[in-house]
Design a protein around this ligand. Structure first.
Ligand SMILES: Nc1ncnc2c1ncn2[C@@H]1O[C@H](COP(=O)(O)OP(=O)(O)O)[C@@H](O)[C@H]1O
Ligand SMILES: [Mg+2]
Length: 352
């Protein structure tokens, strides 16, 4: 459990008790002394005791005031000041942990938590601005292409050239549309507080359906395709997320495999898990690139940069995280890569 810090009010109550005990004891001693000296003169005793009690109470009150200023008012002021700055958007605020009386108390704990919150907000602010600048950069490239070819098209009379420019505009527009589609998907995956409805999906059939959409590309690229799918495997999941995951993995495998290479998709059961492997004999991934492939907009292979936008694996990772699955990669540069996805198999009780 996270430590909560020593309770200052318990400490304050003990102090209050000790002060009362001291005041009463001292007053009793003085009473005894005055009583003896004045042979029981009540008026003198009353006046002296009144003065003594007023003086001692004043002394204790001033002492307690000084203590409170240091241990309560000062941290509360600092906390108020920090919350005002955070509310105004300044996430660089950091509060000093003071450890009054050598102890980590509840104010220190609040300050610690505020520091953690401010750091988290600062990080998410950095991520947001980075994301906006990445998106703007990615949007700019196809937009520039569309703008310049559209301008050329207006003046060009040669039919062949016009055809070439039209194709370029159409390709850039389609890249733009894929990019925006991916950004919207990512935004949905990251901000969805309620998961879309889960259904029981026959994974072998879903995989076959996904693979079929790549048939033409596989044939065009002359890549050998091996498909080994164990039948009747069901998962209780969000079907559209499965499409995101396997579309991107198969698309990458085909894209990063050169002519004459091989792509293999396998589905099998392993204990309560369902394991899908997408293996290729493509360009492979170096450990440095491998460490970043799930980052948004990261593209490790410059020669294929135009065919994607670096959001594919970011989407895959988030979809798998939301579904509670696992993904791992094994790869060797120049030899190929294997992406392994583990999902939970549906329990018979979950099938309606
Ligand atoms: N099967 C693969 N073989 C080699 N490299 C891969 C493979 N899959 C992904 N990568 C690397 O991971 C990067 C990120 O992948 P992804 O997010 O799908 O972006 P994109 O496909 O748009 O480049 C790729 O640019 C590439 O460097
Ligand atoms: Mg991709």
């Amino acid at each position: 459990m996270k430590r909560r810090g020593a309770n200052l009010s318990i400490f304050g109550s003990f102090l209050f008790f000790a002060l009362i005990a001291i005041v009463v004891t001292v007053a009793m001693f003085i009473f005894g002394y005055v009583n003896k000296k004045t042979d029981g003169d009540r008026t003198v005793i009353a006046v002296v005791m009144l003065l003594v009690i007023v003086f001692l109470s004043l002394l204790c009150t001033i002492g307690d005031l000084i203590r409170r200023r240091k241990t309560v008012d000062k941290p509360v002021e600092q906390i108020l000041d920090a919350t005002e700055r955070i509310a105004a958007g300044d996430f660089s605020v950091r509060l000093p942990i003071m450890r009054e009386y050598g102890k980590y108390n509840q104010y220190d704990c609040i300050m610690d938590n505020l520091n953690t919150m401010a750091e988290a907000l600062r990080k998410s602010e950095v991520l947001k601005t980075d994301f906006i600048s990445d998106v703007s950069h990615e949007l700019k490239t196809p937009l520039t292409v569309i703008h310049s070819y559209a301008t050329l098209l207006r003046e060009e009379k040669d039919e062949q050239k016009r055809e070439k420019y039209t194709v370029a505009v159409a390709e850039a527009a389609s890249r733009l549309s894929v990019l925006i589609g991916n950004i919207l998907q990512l935004n949905k995956l990251e901000n969805q507080s309620v998961l879309p409805e889960k259904t029981v999906v026959k994974l072998d059939e879903k995989l076959a359906e996904v693979i079929l959409t790549f048939e033409e590309r596989i044939e065009r690229k002359k890549v050998e395709f091996i498909c080994d799918l164990q039948e009747n495997i069901r998962v209780f999941t969000v079907e559209s997320y499965l499409e995101i995951i396997f579309n991107n993995l198969v698309s990458n495998a085909v894209k990063f495999t050169n002519e004459g290479g091989r792509v293999e998709v396998k589905l099998k059961k392993e204990d309560e898990n369902v394991v899908v492997t997408v293996k290729d004999t493509g360009v492979g991934i170096s450990p440095e690139v491998g460490a970043r492939i799930f980052d948004k907009f990261y593209q490790g292979d410059a020669s294929h940069a135009k065919e994607g936008n670096g959001l594919g694996l970011a989407l895959v990772k988030r979809a798998i995280d939301v579904l509670g699955g696992e993904i791992s990669v094994q790869s060797k540069l120049g030899e190929g890569s294997t992406f392994t996805v583990k999902l939970k198999e549906v329990a018979p009780s979950e099938i309606g």
